[in-house]
Design a binder for this molecule. Sequence first.
Ligand code: FES
Length: 183
Amino acid sequence: MAELSFTQEELDEIERLKDKFPTAKAATLRVLWLAQNKYGHVKDEVQNLVAEALDVPKAHVHGVARFYTQYYKEEKGKFVLDVCTCLSCQLCGGYDILHHLEDELGIQAGETTDDGMFTVNEVECLGACGYAPMLQVTNGVYVNNLTKEKVDTLLENLKNGNMPEFESKAMPELEKRNQAASE
Ligand code: FES
C-alpha cells in the first residue's frame, strides 16, 4: 500500500473534530469515518494513521475499529450491499434476494466482484423489519421491500453511478394513527 497521509485540509478538519470533544480519544469514531471515506476502508495502516493524527495509542484506535462492523478492516467493493437475512427479512424472502444478488454478480456473500464494484454481505437485522426484505448500500441508504426486479434496477443504477434515493418511511402503526387523526 502506498504511503498514507492526510492532506492539510483533512488535518485541519481533524483538529476541528478534536476541539468538539473533551479528549482526543473521543474523536476516534469521527476521524475513523473521515479516513474510511478517503480510503474506502480502515485497514491497520489507516488505523495507525488515525492514531498518529489524533496522537492517541494505536491500540485504542484498533480496538474501536474492530468493535464496529461499519468500519471496513479490509478492502471492499465500491458499493457494499448488506443484505438482511434476519427473521422478518428471511420470512419475506431475504435469502431469495441474497441468492439472486450472488447469481447476478457471480460471487458468494462476503466476496467482492473482480472489477471491485460490489461486495455482498449477509447481515443481521438493520432495524427496518417493517419494510422487509431490505438491504443497505455502503453504510448508507436503505432499499426496502425488495423484489428481484428491484435488485436488478438497483445494480444497473449503481453501475451507472446512481445511488438510490433516500426513502422516508413512517412506521405502519404511526401511519394508521395519522390516517385516523385526519379522518
Ligand atoms: S429483520 Fe431485516 S431489517 Fe429487521
